[in-house]
Design a protein around this ligand. Structure first.
Ligand SMILES: Cc1cc2nc3c(=O)[nH]c(=O)nc-3n(C[C@H](O)[C@H](O)[C@H](O)COP(=O)(O)OP(=O)(O)OC[C@H]3O[C@@H](n4cnc5c(N)ncnc54)[C@H](O)[C@@H]3O)c2cc1C
Length: 385
């Protein structure tokens, strides 16, 4: 236990969605944490992001939901389509939104980061500070940076993403797990597009998602089965992808071909095998560093955002932070494990490429009772704060 005769200091490693949202949530309860981020500057980055009702409810708790909603776009429905564009399943968001508020909402990551950063004092965030080691000492935690300098803190919140060095120091062997599919993302300016729903097209060449954003922009992603870190995949251009998906329904081939190669983002899809704990004394894992999931349920960032609110909720109680971290862990393990495991299985189904199995799967999905789908969404959208 740390001594309690001074205001304890809190440090966050990582200025991603988890780190920034946590800094805002802690500021709301009177804790000014210091954030260290490896990137030299906070560039507008990334592509689109779906945020579900649980994330929106968390932002409401933080008092910043309206700004975030304004920067994004509400969607009427989410459909899974086959290669021809025929509907396999369709979930009308409006039907569920009366219970949980906005439940199908998309935003450009850069817009989300802009809003989050605008709620933090510039002095909170220290960029160009890559953490390479943490040392637990009897009365504090020492964070060591790449340039050899260090920083002491009473409590450490580790939010440095799925590849977290600090987590791998605390839990040796907790390396990211490759899903078997790799993914490209892009955002295209498409004046006059009439899209108002998010779709995923599941077919024999892979999976393509399309999500309309604000300002006539469309976010797309394409997932293809491949070995991990494949050099051939790394070299693919938008035109190569358009050719790969040339038999898919409109506007897929055009969207892919229109994306400038310098705007293509490419990642192997990885997650983290569920960890049995997130709290390690005065150190807590948050966001993808704790519970990275494959993106098949669109919940990775949503869970990072939920983390921030639950942590602030526990720290606001008059207990030692170590106890708050344990209480956080008890509140977060079950839901985050459920999402990682379910999303992994959905990914295996979505990436089937054998035509016979595709037709069996689609037939099964068409006959699934809507109630089953709703029940799953309720599990995601229900928050305990
Ligand atoms: C293709 C794809 C689509 C997705 N779609 C969705 C979606 O629709 N909805 C959704 O909710 N989620 C989605 N996700 C998941 C979402 O992107 C992540 O869950 C989310 O970004 C996690 O935020 P984080 O802050 O925990 O981690 P990260 O975003 O990885 O941020 C970690 C931060 O830590 C910094 N950092 C790393 N190492 C260090 C270090 N050693 N020292 C200091 N700083 C460091 C990094 O630079 C980064 O800024 C998707 C993911 C992928 C790959």
């Amino acid at each position: 236990m740390k001594s309690t005769n001074h205001n304890p200091t809190f440090t966050i490693i990582g200025g991603g969605i988890a780190g920034l949202t946590t800094a805002i949530a802690l500021h709301g309860i009177g804790i000014d944490a210091t954030v260290f981020e490896t990137a030299p500057v906070m560039h507008p980055l990334g592509a689109g992001l779906g945020l579900a009702a649980n994330a929106v409810q968390a932002f409401q708790r933080l008092g910043i939901a309206d700004e975030i909603i304004q920067a994004g776009r509400q969607l009427d429905a989410f459909s899974i389509l086959d290669e021809r564009g025929d509907v396999v399943t369709r979930t009308d968001s409006r039907a569920i939104s009366h219970r949980y508020g906005i439940n199908n909402f998309a935003i450009h990551r850069a817009d989300l980061h802009r809003v989050l950063l605008s709620h933090l004092s510039p002095s909170v965030l220290h960029t160009g500070r890559r953490v390479v080691q943490i040392d637990e000492q009897p009365d504090s935690i020492r964070v060591v940076f790449e340039d050899g300098t260090s920083h002491r803190t009473d409590y450490l919140l580790v939010a440095d993403g799925v590849h977290s060095l600090c987590r791998q120091q605390l839990v040796p062997g907790s390396v990211p797990r490759y899903s078997g599919y790799t993914c490209w993302r892009g955002v295209v300016h498409q004046p006059g597009n009439t899209l108002h729903e998010a779709t995923e097209t599941w077919g024999s060449s892979g999976r393509v998602g399309i999500v309309p954003l604000t300002n006539e922009r469309v976010y797309w992603f394409a997932c293809v089965n491949a070995p991990g870190r494949d050099e051939q995949m790394r070299r693919l251009t938008g035109r190569d992808l358009a050719s790969r998906f040339r038999d898919y329904h409109a506007p897929i081939p055009n969207l892919l071909a229109q994306t400038p190669d310098e705007h293509l983002l490419w990642n192997d899809i990885v997650d983290l095998k569920p960890l049995p704990r997130y709290a390690f004394g005065g150190i807590l894992l948050l966001g993808d560093a704790a519970h990275a999931t494959t993106p098949n349920m669109g919940q990775g960032a949503c869970q990072a955002i939920e983390d921030a609110v639950v942590l602030a909720d526990e720290l606001a109680k008059d207990v030692m932070p170590e106890y708050a971290f344990r209480a956080f862990e008890r509140r977060r393990l079950t839901k985050t494990h459920y999402i990682t495991n379910t999303s992994w299985r959905i990914g295996q189904l979505a990436q089937i490429t054998n035509p016979l199995l595709i037709s069996l799967r689609n037939g099964l999905f068409k006959h699934l009772p809507a109630r089953l789908n709703e029940r799953q969404l309720e599990t995601l959208y229900r928050v305990d704060f």
